[in-house]
Ligand binder design. Structure first.
Ligand SMILES: [Zn+2]
Length: 580
């Protein structure tokens, strides 16, 4: 009897275990990634552990950790690029600890590269200034200006030049990280031209000027002095495009950089025809980016055939092809997970409008990526809080000006108006603080400046350390729901720093409360992979059915077994009694 009960218990426990394993495989298929910078992981083993635990609690399954920033500084213990290591990170090998810790929880780590920007004082630019992109005036991107006249700090390097930055610096860096660390993926960012400041002006370096002619075959390389006129046989001028005219201008060798650049930006393929030479310029740029993605893919896959590649890209591949050389459908075959940054800063209008536009964009991204690559949509936990941080920053700036006695017109009224916009959130999240700040705001007037400094201090603290709830988690959740409705495979959050600062970890835990597994690692040619995933699913379904069948049969057998023993004992006792 006892033996029977023990046997039954063991059988039951093992069956429960089995069904748990299978229910893990049945988890929701949703990728959840987060962009993070070294400061999020910190400089001790303990801080790394704490950071990974936060990600684990929020059911994150990929951490995209910055390893090369836009200033050309790197955050791994490089042997080959020692000079480029960020001086603040020379003593702690954060990446190593992060990878080890993340893997304990099954979280994957992608090494995030800001590909083409470097800093003015970065080793790459200092040692090889000839690798930088040049505009028609022969200047680098640091000659550009941002809004409000702020100087542009990044030096963008030419993606096309060979030998150059791409094959001599960037790809060898990517190879080294792949070789030295047990990372799961490489992540490309800034994988484009600098369209934010000058979408039509780069690159016209010496290499690109000549190479654009050859690449598009606008002259015969074997006979560079051969000029063939268009053979006009058809009445419409441009209908003769196929008759092989050499588009290269006759006086090419005497032209200045600016004139050559203008030939590509404003010239015509057919003399006196449509101004269409910029087509060749934009194609050349998109192809240069595509070539880099392919070459870096090949390089890392020689080292680690199972490594993934992901990329942060702009939301519309057609528009970004035109403006920044990032026609991402072209290079999707070498990307496992495309992460279009669908940030609120790339949309206009209020939050509710944004949610509608975001949902529509998500559907389009799905269409564009279909059959090519996995797709996670990038959502920022910063810009969605425009209604909260803009008034706060406005108050902060006005108070700073007042402190320095450079008052703007109606500054005190503007402070009061901005405060009204955040008052409700503040009173919901920190009622006593709201009362305190409210009284300081009321006191602000052109005649009474005594409350400027105390209010500035309060506002500064509020910016740096807001009370939980000041940035309502609902907004982030609504944005995540909008992209889910769009049908994407995953979400990627920008970024851990904003989640930390705005106290949104618990919001992420709620948004991702149901554990998920990311779509399987995919080969770049996705049709095969999609088949594989659905086959995997079918196999799991089949196995699960078998387990349930086995489970039910075993329970019935166990009950029958126990019943038989019970009846036997009863009969045996009865028999004994009869004998007595
Ligand atoms: Zn160039």
């Amino acid at each position: 009897m006892k033996r029977g009960i023990i046997l039954f218990t063991i059988l039951f426990i093992s069956l429960c275990q089995n069904s748990r394993i299978f229910s893990q495989n049945k988890q929701k298929l949703e990728g959840r990634a987060i962009w993070a910078v070294p400061a999020n992981a910190g400089k001790t083993e303990k801080s790394v552990k704490e950071f990974v635990l936060k990600c684990k609690k929020a059911n994150i399954n990929i951490i995209v950790m910055l390893v090369k920033n836009t200033g050309g500084r790197i955050f791994w213990h490089s042997k080959k690029f020692h000079e480029a290591i960020d001086p603040n990170w020379k003593d702690f090998d954060m990446l190593k600890y992060l990878v080890d810790e993340a893997h304990k929880y099954g979280i994957r780590v992608h090494a995030w590269f800001c590909d083409f920007p470097e800093g003015k004082d970065s080793p790459a630019y200092k040692n090889y200034p000839e690798w930088a992109m040049l505009n028609p005036e022969g200047k680098t991107t640091t000659s550009e200006f941002l809004a409000n006249g702020r100087p542009y700090y990044m030096v963008w390097m030419c993606p096309a030049r060979r030998p150059g930055y791409t094959d001599q610096w960037l790809i060898p860096m990517i190879e080294e990280v792949t070789r030295l660390y047990n990372i799961d993926g490489i992540h490309h960012d800034y994988v484009r031209y600098p369209g934010d400041v000058a979408p039509n002006d780069y690159c016209f370096c010496d290499y690109c000027l000549e190479n654009m002619l050859s690449y598009n075959h606008l002259h015969y390389e074997s006979m560079p002095d051969l000029f063939i006129k268009l053979n006009e046989v058809l009445p419409k001028k441009e209908a003769n495009w196929w008759s092989d005219n050499t588009a290269k201008p006759k006086n090419w060798n005497k032209m200045t950089r600016k004139e050559k650049a203008d030939f590509f930006r404003k010239g015509s393929y057919i003399k006196n025809g449509l101004k269409d030479m910029n087509y060749f310029f934009f194609e050349y740029r998109s192809d240069a980016i595509k070539r880099f993605i392919r070459e870096s893919w090949e390089a890392v896959h020689k080292i680690r055939p199972d490594i993934e590649v992901s990329a942060a890209v702009f939301k519309n591949p057609q528009v970004s092809g035109r403006f920044i050389g990032q026609r991402w459908r072209d290079f999707a075959p070498w990307i496992n997970i495309m992460m279009p940054m669908s940030y609120r800063s790339h949309f206009q209008g209020d939050f509710e409008t944004f949610l509608k536009l975001l949902e529509e964009y998500s559907r389009y991204e799905v269409k564009w990526a279909k059959g090519l690559t996995h797709l996670y949509l990038g959502i920022t936990a910063h810009y969605i809080y425009k209604e909260e941080y803009e008034p706060l920053n406005n108050i902060y700036n006005l108070l700073n000006k007042a402190k320095n006695k450079t008052y703007e017109k109606n500054w005190n009224k503007n402070i009061q108006r901005s405060y009204q916009q955040i008052k409700k959130n503040l009173s919901n999240s920190a009622p006593s603080l709201e009362v305190k700040i409210s009284s300081l705001v009321k006191k602000i007037s052109e005649k009474d400046l005594t409350s400027v400094i105390p209010l500035l201090n309060e506002i500064d603290t509020l910016r740096k350390n807001p009370p939980p709830g000041f940035y309502p988690g609902e907004k982030l959740k609504k944005a995540i729901e909008a992209v889910r409705r769009g049908g994407v495979e995953g979400v990627v959050i920008f970024a851990a720093s904003h989640i930390e600062n705005k106290k949104l970890w618990s919001t992420l835990e709620e948004a991702f409360s149901e554990p998920s597994r990311p779509p399987d690692k995919a080969l770049p040619i996705q049709t095969l992979q999609i088949e594989k995933i659905s086959n995997d699913e079918k196999r799991i379904d089949k196995l699960e059915k078998m387990v349930y069948f086995f489970q039910i049969t075993s329970i019935i057998l166990a009950v029958l077994f126990l019943a038989t023993i019970f009846i036997s004992i009863k009969s045996f006792k009865r028999l004994k009694n009869v004998r007595k």
